[in-house]
Write a protein that binds this ligand. Structure first.
Ligand SMILES: Cc1ncc(COP(=O)(O)O)c(C=O)c1O
Length: 388
């Protein structure tokens, strides 16, 4: 029996490399895993007041909730967006999802017909490619320029727009490059979207995790239809809770039908997890102290890995401005490199081509989430491998 063709092409590089690593682990070999962007796998933990909110709700109510998400959570999101981005939205502009990944899935389900095109960052978080293809659409990567700290190549973006292009997706701060875009860059992308009447999709899941600069949401441009994706996985250290949301910011009411298509999908999947939505309310309304601590730890780790990588012969890298990824350059086939490093010195990275076959190749992605001692062991091992 054959599966549906749409499943044949699905790839998720970040998890695909786990299988060969598991084989080694079965043989009793310890692997340093720098492949997955999950802070809770290292010395970060979900704040206690969030956990308490989930436990309290479990004792209180375990029924279904509204498909759009808990009103209380949507109210907290409205307030957060007003405070952080001076964004004026109402609870009706928000749909809570089972993580941003589900936001992308339902958004693409509502937006993309077979043959439609969507501009995605090159390189990008892999579901932007996999889910566009799943719906028969064509993800078109726009170049980001390594030498300019992975800023989007606006000319390339312009060239790749045609009558089939529905939207441009921007991930800021970026996964996998760690790039943080300035306001001017966002404005220029906004202008391109406006000139071509396409939607600006802004993935802001790492918005509070920045090192030198500040994160800007494109919401300061009021005349473009904007869809913002965000959630608690990263900033609130709870990826396993699976809470995200989609915001339709649409002052000119251009997105009404797409929003309705999105809501229909939200209704058929009933609702996202009610208990962890309560945890997300606590996250947004409660103390924010953990963010400062997290950034202080991550900044130290970023500075360390950045220096170590650039000191290794045959490896060079830009300095990430946000998120917790670094995307160094190497010579040759990146997938072979990643598998060889795994097999020979037992460190697991992700091959760059898994984030974009064109603009990711010849690179690999590492997280810098673990304590310095672990990163040090990984860098010593990589250095030894490169010397050999
Ligand atoms: C850019 C980006 N968007 C979305 C996600 C997934 O978020 P969630 O856990 O909310 O599905 C990730 C996870 O790594 C990501 O890097």
């Amino acid at each position: 029996m054959k599966p549906a063709k749409r499943t044949m092409d699905i790839e998720y590089a970040i998890r695909d490399v786990v299988l060969p690593a598991r084989e080694l682990e079965k043989k009793g070999i310890e692997i340093i895993k720098l492949n997955i962007g999950d802070p809770d796998k290292f010395d970060f933990d979900t704040p206690e007041h969030m956990k308490k909110a989930v436990i309290d709700e479990m004792k209180n109510f375990n029924g279904y909730g509204d498909s759009e998400g808990l009103l209380e959570l949507r109210e907290a999101i409205v307030q957060r967006e007003k405070k952080k981005n001076n964004l004026d939205i109402s609870v009706n502009d928000i749909v809570v999802t089972t993580g941003v990944t589900e936001s992308i899935q339902m958004l693409f389900g509502a937006l993309l017909d077979p043959g439609d095109e969507i501009l995605v960052p090159g390189p990008t978080y892999p579901p932007y490619i996999a889910l566009a293809k799943f719906f028969g659409a064509v993800p078109v990567p726009y170049r980001t320029i390594e030498e300019e700290n992975w800023a989007p190549d606006l000319d390339d973006m312009r060239k790749k727009i045609n009558e089939k292009t529905k939207a441009v997706a921007v991930i800021n701060p970026n996964n996998p490059t760690g790039a943080l875009y300035d306001k001017k860059t966002l404005k220029e992308i906004g202008n391109i979207a406006a000139e071509n009447d396409i939607i600006f999709i802004s993935d802001e899941i790492y918005d509070m995790i920045t090192y030198e600069g500040k994160h800007f949401s494109p919401s300061f441009m009021e005349d473009i239809p904007l869809i913002i994706l965000n959630g608690i996985s990263k900033v609130y250290l709870s990826p396993g809770w699976r809470v995200g949301w989609t915001i339709f910011r649409d002052y000119n009411e251009k997105l009404n039908e797409i929003r309705e298509g999105y809501l229909k999908q939200a209704r058929v999947r009933i609702c996202s997890n009610i208990l962890t939505q309560k945890g997300a309310v606590a996250a947004l309304n409660g103390p924010q102290d953990h963010i400062k601590d997290m950034i202080a730890k991550l900044r130290e780790r970023r500075d360390y890995i950045y220096k170590r990588l650039n000191d290794i012969n045959g490896v060079s890298t830009q300095k990430p401005g946000g998120a917790f990824y670094i995307f160094p350059k190497i010579d040759g086939d990146d997938k072979k490199f990643v598998l060889d490093v795994l097999n020979k010195v037992h460190v697991l990275f992700v091959h760059g081509s898994g984030f974009c076959p064109v603009y990711g190749k010849g690179h690999f992605r590492s997280v810098f989430l673990p304590p310095i001692e672990t990163i040090e062991r990984a860098m010593d091992a990589l250095e030894m491998y490169m010397k050999k």
